[in-house]
Ligand binder design. Structure first.
Ligand code: ADP
Length: 398
């Protein structure tokens, strides 16, 4: 059981940063959060703030950058000196891939970590970075239980047809199928919608998580039915630097005709495409919105067009649409992208309230007109809280 001064720490580790959040007591009240950025390159920078946004720690490493292990050692030290009598009951981690086996939160021990290591080829750019902090905590604070929460788990119960590629069973049986990602974000959205609007508990919803990574998910009664990301997180929508869905024939052509090797194709698809690749300017939506370069316009137009097409496909998978949800850095902050997507979606009965869209506020907000056939909502992403909830629930089961 959680005592009032017990807390859960959530770690969200990417290739160049580690974000952490600390939640207190059984109600998981946020207590502090922070991040270490520029790992492995440049000047590693750390900053932490309390719930009022006051800075409670900051440091820059000017000599040499930290790696993931070094950053975790620093964070554990920092946490210990700022716990102020709190006790860390567990650490929850965001883990991008759970493969076919892990379809729910999982306590992490050496055996599970060894299994997860085998999945690294499925998410080469993310998974090893998710696992490094788990090992660091196991070494530096071995008594603290650790829980893995998988971005694939929410999609694990999708209908089999939504998960299948049209490939022979000998290939499918190797685990080559659609998994879907951003599951913790969608699960959080599914948990929040009925709180704000009870009629949405049983609704047909398409949610768009639009950040540096971007995807969409069709949900019925809070369960995932289909998603735009597939075997890897490069499928579906164009993203900051990822191309999204690509005719697989393009890959064959690049390799066969242009002589590109696997590493070159991977770099093209993951780091040189999407908003950055099309615009030639930036992967950052803010920069593109402020630019009057036609290529920036084209990148935004293509992003919106592809969201509109995927929306049609996801609505078909649901057989209708009651609500459209925007989340992630772009979904929460870009009134321009939301308005453009809603124009594309007018045929579905989406009517945007322009004033509400221009200023939705900080929390969850409805931005459709009162008589819109389809509700449109902005729901700020909070994967961290979802991880804290799962971690606490697993702790309490034991
Ligand atoms: P990540 O997927 O790395 O968590 P975020 O969810 O923070 O990323 O989303 C980052 C994206 O959000 C960037 O493209 C950024 O330009 C965009 N963004 C953030 N604020 C705004 C804003 N005010 N207007 C438009 N886009 C924004």
């Amino acid at each position: 059981m959680m005592a009032p001064n017990d807390c859960v720490v959530v770690i969200n580790a990417g290739s160049s940063s580690i974000k952490f959040s600390l939640y207190e007591g059984a109600d998981l009240v946020p207590a502090m959060k922070g991040k270490v950025e520029n790992l492995n390159a440049g000047r590693t920078h750390f900053v932490a703030q309390d719930t009022s946004g006051n800075r409670i720690g900051e440091r820059t490493w000017t000599d040499a950058p930290l790696d993931h292990h070094g950053a975790m050692a620093f964070l554990i030290d920092f946490a210990e000196s700022h716990l102020a009598g709190r006790r860390v009951r567990a650490v929850g981690h965001r883990i991008v891939h759970g493969g076919t086996h892990y379809s729910g939160p999982q306590q992490l021990d050496e055996a599970v970590l060894a299994e997860l290591d085998k999945l690294i080829p499925l998410a080469p750019l993310h998974l090893r970075h998710n696992l490094a902090p788990v090992r660091a905590v196991a070494e530096l604070a071995p008594h603290v239980p650790q829980v893995g929460c998988f971005d694939t788990a929410f999609h694990a119960a999708q209908p089999p047809l939504a998960q299948a590629f049209a490939l022979p069973p000998s290939i499918t049986d190797l685990g080559i199928r659609r998994y879907g990602f951003h599951g913790l974000s969608y699960e959080y959205i599914a948990s929040q919608l009925p709180e704000a609007a009870p009629h949405l508990a049983q609704a047909k919803v398409v949610a768009a998580h639009l950040g540096n990574g971007a995807s969409m998910c069709a949900m019925a009664a809070g369960r995932s039915m289909a998603s735009t990301m597939g075997f890897t997180a490069v499928d579906g929508l164009p993203m900051g630097t990822r191309c999204g869905a690509l005719d697989p024939g393009v890959v064959l052509y690049l390799m066969d005709e242009l002589g590109m090797d696997v590493a070159a194709v991977q770099k093209l698809m993951y780091s040189q495409s999407g908003l950055l690749g099309v615009s030639g300017i930036s992967a950052d939506m803010r920069t593109l919105e402020q630019s009057d370069d036609p290529r920036a316009r084209l990148a935004i137009d293509l992003f919106v067009y592809r969201i509109g097409r995927e929306l049609g496909s996801l609505v078909a998978s649901l057989g209708g649409l009651d609500a459209l949800v925007f989340s992630g850095g772009i979904g929460e902050n870009s009134a321009l992208v939301r308005a453009a997507v809603c124009r594309e979606a007018a045929w579905l009965g989406v009517a945007l309230d322009d004033a509400a869209n221009a200023a939705p506020g900080d929390g969850m907000a409805r931005i459709s007109t009162a008589d819109s056939k389809v509700d449109v909502w902005v729901v700020p992403a909070n994967e961290e809280l979802m991880i804290a909830r799962h971690t606490l629930a697993l702790l309490q089961q034991e």
